[in-house]
Design a protein around this ligand. Sequence first.
Ligand code: PMP
Length: 366
Amino acid sequence: AVPGAEVTLDALPLREDLRGKSPYGAPQLDVPVRLNTNENPYPPPPELVADVAEAVRAEAASLHRYPDRDAVALRTELADYLTVSTRVVLSEANVWAANGSNEILQQILQAFGGPGRSALGFEPSYSMHPIISSGTRTEWVPVPRRADFTLDTAAAASLVAQRQPDIVFVTSPNNPTGGSIPLDQLRGILEAAPGIVVVDEAYAEFSSQPSAVALIAEYPAKLIVSRTMSKAFAFAGGRLGYLAAAPAIVDALQLVRLPYHLSRLTQAAARAALRHADATLATVAKLAAERDRVVEALLGLGFTPVPSDANFVLFGQFADARAGWESYLDHGVLIRDVGIEGHLRVTIGTPEENDAFLEASKEVPR
Ligand code: PMP
């Protein structure tokens, strides 16, 4: 037995509010077709791989020194990317970066949430929002979406006005349901919110809606737009998330970030990957077209896919979603049971992977 194996979790002096909780846990299984964590199925092109390797090699000569704590070069390049892609001119003062957008969200909650404060979100949505809230001891206020998973933004705005949460999460496109929120509807929520509104745009590149970045100038003391290189940029393994907001918000997050949180290797690799943005982002149109094909095919098979603006599709109807999920797995296809009754979520993969998923879909029990 390993040393210490006799001590159980229950025996530890754990915070009371963490007792009985489960960690975030998408199964990491080694199956032929993995369509369960909304990654980009296309590996980085060889030129990008070579450039990352060279950048990391050059950086390795300086590993005895801490990295740039403020990651200025990387933030400047991320600001340039947002400026080009959203046509809103941003500078590095508007951008902050961390190890995945999960760390960005955690820093936001550390700075603006915490004991005695609350965060509100529209469920079903990204399960890490309540988990990070709980980790920072921020009270979580769940508000249901409509039965078709769309957001009644007028009702949402009045609920926000009534509950006065310190933080509101709006995920657009929403994970796991796929729909986006138009900017005028977002304005209603921003108007009603007393504090911070985080628009989680992890899947923005796949969406037909304009980015909330366009509203930063209108709501500088409220709006934070969170982004990631994990999805469209095919950089999930590199762990790089970022945000766009007013410079004062970036100043606030510096109060809670750990010093040197972004390693030299991460900064160098992310900058190299950004130099190949055109190549990686070229997969977005392919994936969107595949998404539309998968939706059509699911409809043809008698399923009820939820309209998606992202690189995944939530679909039903299963009498027993868990049994459906297991049957896909038996067919060598790993998708996601997100805990929504009668539904499963599939990430859009390569055409071959999507075909394998659709073939399995003909045979799974519903
Ligand atoms: N936000 C949403 C809505 C997500 O779906 C994800 C990834 N599943 C994230 C944030 C976090 O991604 P990462 O930490 O890799 O940037």
